[in-house]
Design a protein around this ligand. Structure first.
Ligand code: ADP
Ligand code: ADP
Ligand code: MG
Length: 478
């Protein structure tokens, strides 16, 4: 039995705790001064006080966390996603302490954590990369000369970026110098590293990513792809597996998956991770980045493959064999879609913190809801606004859309704004229903413009129920 510390909060802390319990280990969770009753604590065997309120004082505070690891004799640490999950220094400190980091070795995090370095590595491994600079660029002039070669539009990207931040599309040379300075500034303030690269902006693309799972003995497997092209501000909001764009093109599917394995092998990958690609209209695809951690959208892969990624990630770190021993044992059955439930305005899609004062749900068969919501939950602006993930699984894509649509009707989160009304519009929208969408979907199809109408129907429905209740009470009174 190992004592495993979860260095995270929210829905992913609960997901990790469930996997730890399933394997019979001891789940240790943090509580902070600002979240003394975090919902993940209910799933943990032991609770540890992580002093402070802000993220820098708590979940990003390596010194305090290392002290607590020593004090509580922790055997292994799961970092979740975000926070310290891709922090080389943290991983190295644990390696020095002899505490197991449930993730890849620090060298893989280091190499894949920098978009310029990882691109170079991918190139050397024979993985296609987006045309552009091979490393960081030092000036707007350098960017301009590369842009002249590859052609506009181009994308300026922070090498240390993540979460869709630190990126800017440039349409012609006149915008270049202003955008270059802006991305550099944002990169320095958000990621503490001003490095920028320039690459071709692929038009009408698809975000296709491959799930990797590897053990500690050099065995690397893929669990097929996910399509995450429905995005706002370069951040995913709906993901599905398998990809409707790849569809029944099995040759392409295998090509993408084997390309991901090639890169994972090049860094001796030894955990769960994701290789992200951008795929053009002509199905040519290029490496974007590798996320060396468990990803938000991992559940859809778990649904279609039947593989528990968290459990296998933990087993891998503990040096145990995975639940399977050959690639042939991993296959796709059915379809899965995930809707990220965020505390945000469904029309502007901007964070809308607040307090939950009502929470109920009734779901059809085939629905999984990974969340951290409870009546009274306060969603603060310091954290990511994502509070849950509604995951539908079924025989085929149409079945899943129907189930999710029903599930969204059965999900009531009161007291704050959520993007549930936006998801309802997307699931009913013709292009989405046909599986015809690119990363331009939100910008071009603008489902958010359809949100008002849905809201009206809802308020009419609520009014009708109120009238009915009144009549009932009056009837009883008489
Ligand atoms: P995924 O690829 O798993 O969907 P996202 O890009 O949505 O990941 O990010 C998952 C979480 O990690 C979000 O909370 C996001 O804000 C955070 N995150 C991702 N990359 C970084 C980074 N480089 N720095 C800080 N936070 C990050
Ligand atoms: P992050 O670390 O923030 O996740 P990524 O490099 O993975 O950054 O890119 C996030 C999203 O930005 C992609 O899913 C895609 O929609 C868009 N994007 C990134 N690079 C390109 C590109 N070269 N051309 C077109 N879109 C891109
Ligand atoms: Mg990404």
């Amino acid at each position: 039995m190992k004592k495993i510390l979860i260095c995270n909060r929210g829905e992913i802390a609960i997901r990790v705790a469930k996997a730890i319990r399933e394997l019979g280990h001891i789940a240790v969770g943090f509580y902070t001064d600002s979240e003394p009753e975090a919902s993940h604590l209910e799933y943990c065997h032991e609770w540890v006080h992580l002093k402070g309120s802000s993220n820098t004082e708590t979940y990003l505070n390596i010194e305090q966390i290392v002290e607590l690891i020593k004090l509580h004799k922790i055997d292994a640490v799961h970092p979740g996603y975000g926070f310290l999950s891709e922090n080389t220094e943290f991983c190295k400190r644990l390696e020095e302490l002899g505490t197991i980091f449930i993730g890849p070795h620090s060298d893989a995090i280091h190499k894949m954590g920098d978009k310029a370095v990882s691109k170079q590595m991918a190139k050397e491994a024979g993985v296609p990369v987006v045309p552009g600079s091979t490393g960081e660029i030092d000036s707007a002039e350098e960017a301009a000369s590369i842009a002249k070669d590859i052609g506009y539009p181009v994308l300026l990207k922070a090498v240390a970026g993540g979460g869709g931040k630190g990126m800017r599309v440039v349409n012609d040379e006149s915008e270049l110098s202003k955008s270059f300075d802006a991305v550099r500034r944002e990169a320095l303030s958000s990621f503490g590293n001003p490095g920028v690269l320039v690459e071709k902006f692929i038009v009408n693309p698809h975000h296709i990513e491959v799930q990797i799972i590897a053990d500690n003995n050099g065995n690397i497997f893929h669990c097929y792809e996910r399509e995450c092209s429905i995005q706002r501000r370069h951040q995913k909001i709906v993901e599905e597996a398998p990809s409707p764009f790849i569809g029944s093109d099995e040759e392409l599917r295998l090509d993408v998956c084997n390309t991901a394995i090639k890169l994972a092998k090049a860094v001796n990958y030894n955990s769960a991770g994701t290789v992200e690609f951008i795929m053009g209209e002509d199905k040519s695809f290029y490496f974007l980045e590798m996320n060396t951690r468990i990803q938000v959208e991992h559940p859809i892969t778990e649904e279609i493959t039947g593989i528990d990624l968290l459990v296998n990630m933990i087993k891998s770190a503990l040096g145990e064999p995975l639940d399977f021993s050959s690639q042939e044992e991993i296959s796709i059955k059915g379809h899965a879609i995930e809707c990220r439930v965020c505390a945000e305005d469904p029309i502007t899609m901007l964070p809308a913190p607040g307090q939950v004062n009502g929470f109920e749900y009734t779901f059809p068969q085939g629905i999984r809801f990974d969340h951290c919501i409870y009546n009274g939950l306060e969603v603060k602006s310091d954290f990511d606004p994502m509070i849950g993930k509604l995951i539908g699984y079924g025989h085929n894509r149409n079945v899943v859309i129907r189930k999710l649509d029903n599930a969204l009707d059965g999900l009531l989160i009161e007291g704050l704004k959520t993007n549930v009304p936006l998801h309802k519009v997307i699931l009913k929208e013709e292009n989405f229903k046909k599986g015809l969408y690119t990363t331009n979907y939100i910008g071009e199809v603008a489902p958010q413009e359809g949100v008002e109408a849905t809201k009206d129907v809802e308020s009419l429905y609520k009014k009708a129920i109120a009238i009915e209740m009144n009549a009932l009470q009056e009837g009883r009174g008489k």
